[in-house]
Design a protein around this ligand. Structure first.
Ligand SMILES: Cc1cc2nc3c(=O)[nH]c(=O)nc-3n(C[C@H](O)[C@H](O)[C@H](O)COP(=O)(O)O)c2cc1C
Length: 439
């Protein structure tokens, strides 16, 4: 995926050292550009508590979707009794519209592996895993090569940098559906157990991999740590929005001139990110956050991208992707497709997940084909409440987002389908008109 040029002066924390897609990473080049310096300093002269303090002070929040404060997560793990604990870097990224984590792992694997090492040192873990999908072959190969080169230099392995601290990092390819990216599902998959979520609490920081305290962080979250340690907490905090420090990667695809990945300050508006991808004029809608994201209209494009503000508008941060939709796309069709995808990719552990998502997909299908039932609106509202109340994981609780946001912002297009049996975009035609509906 191409990396988009950002506005002049826009800071680069995550992709500053990114090579082009074809360039194989090299330890010598990475080190010359500053890689592993924070790690050497940390192991040589810093107490793990200091690192957690720095990450907390910098205001780093998770980039995996929920925006959980990273320092708080690390502290919770570090404070657990016992010696054995783990760090798991989540690079699963199954959303078909997102390749930003994969791009980061391909272009600067050193930042990811160094971030993993710093997290492990901070919480006292001697074993860490980087998990990604088998299809991400270049990322897998480059991460493994980076770990091997780091071991050769004594940066990883037994007694790193002659410190007495052991750290082994492994890359694990994990197969599975979209839900496997959810942290408790990922941990079960890593244990070779059935990939389904666990009830929380206890959180993975208390009882994670093989029941041991475990930090699960998104790879992008971890890749920011070497920079913030090298440049200082205040330098990191100076970038981004209030309560949402640093930069992030956002992928823009769909009806755009330049699809790609942009590194932008946290809290950048949807509109400003679309400009980077060459969106001219005003698109019809943007699907924000991936399959369980929200369909936002132009009136919401000035929204700052933060988990809280997006949730308030019916979208989510999710996978950090923006899919731009123009007049040629039917939003009822798109919302129904996303709903069907979520039903297909869910694990079905709970009843709302196993049956509720199926009913939801059927509602989407009926709306799309102009065959609504009189009770569909009520059933949709019930499903939204039930999946939220009984959810074990956010796949369930966010599954109603595409349909609900579509109905909220694009009522006339949905009404054309549902009431009149007409697809204004001309995509779903000829749709069958429900018996008795006016044409
Ligand atoms: C259905 C679903 C899929 C997810 N997929 C991913 C993923 O691919 N990568 C990821 O980092 N987090 C994913 N998450 C979020 C993780 O559960 C978890 O919050 C995250 O890895 C924590 O890292 P962070 O604190 O650095 O954000 C997913 C969550 C859900 C509900």
């Amino acid at each position: 995926m191409d990396i988009l040029a950002t506005e002049q002066g826009s800071p680069s924390i995550l992709l500053a050292r990114a090579g082009d897609a074809a360039t194989e990473p090299s330890m010598a080049r990475a080190e010359a550009a500053g890689a592993w310096r924070a790690w050497r300093t940390a192991v040589g002269s810093m107490d793990p508590d200091q690192i957690i303090g720095l990450v907390s002070e910098a205001g780093l929040r998770g980039r995996g979707g929920a925006g959980f404060p990273t320092g708080r997560k690390w502290r919770a793990c570090a404070d657990q009794p016992g010696r054995e604990r783990f760090v798991v870097a989540n690079g699963f990224e199954a959303d078909p519209g997102a390749q930003l984590d994969r791009t980061l792992m391909e272009r600067d694997p050193h930042a990811v592996v160094e971030g993993v090492a710093l997290a492990a040192y901070a919480v006292g873990a001697h074993q860490a895993y980087i998990c990604l999908r088998p299809g991400a072959t270049v990322a897998v190969r480059r991460l493994r090569e980076t770990i091997r080169a780091a071991e050769e230099q004594g940066l990883l392995g037994t007694a790193v940098l002659d410190s007495g601290f052991d750290l082994h990092v492994e890359v694990r390819e994990i197969s599975g559906s979209f839900v496997v990216g959810e942290e408790t599902v990922l941990l079960r998959a890593l244990e070779n157990r059935r990939a389904q979520p666990d009830q929380r609490p206890p959180y993975p920081t208390e009882s994670g991999l093989w029941g041991k305290p475990t930090v699960v962080n998104n790879v992008e979250t971890l890749a920011a740590v070497p920079w913030l340690m090298a440049q200082g907490a205040q330098a990191f905090q100076a970038v981004g929005a209030e309560g949402m420090a640093g930069t992030t990667l956002i992928q823009v695809t769909g009806a755009v001139a330049r699809p790609g990945i942009a590194e932008v300050p946290m809290g950048s508006s949807v509109e400003s990110i679309l400009r980077l991808a060459g969106v001219a004029g005003t698109p019809k809608a943007v699907l924000v956050g991936g399959p369980s994201g929200g369909l936002l209209p132009p009136s919401e494009f000035d929204l700052p991208m933060t988990p809280e503000r997006l949730a308030g508008s019916g979208a989510i941060w999710g996978s950090g992707s923006l899919v731009v939709v123009d007049e040629r796309t039917c939003l009822v069709d798109l919302a129904a497709l996303m709903t069907r995808y979520l039903n297909d990719e869910a694990c079905g552990k709970t009843i709302p997940c196993r049956i509720g998502l199926r009913r939801l997909a059927e509602i989407g299908e009926r709306m799309m084909t102009g065959h609504p039932r009189p009770t569909d609106a009520e059933l949709l509202a019930d499903l939204a409440a039930d999946t939220r109340a009984a959810a074990l994981c956010a796949l369930e609780s966010s599954a109603t987002n595409p349909l609900l946001s579509g109905m909220r912002y694009f009522g006339p297009e949905f009404q054309d389908h549902i009431v009149r049996g007409v697809c204004p975009a001309g995509v779903c035609q000829p749709i069958r008109v429900a018996a008795g509906a006016a044409s």
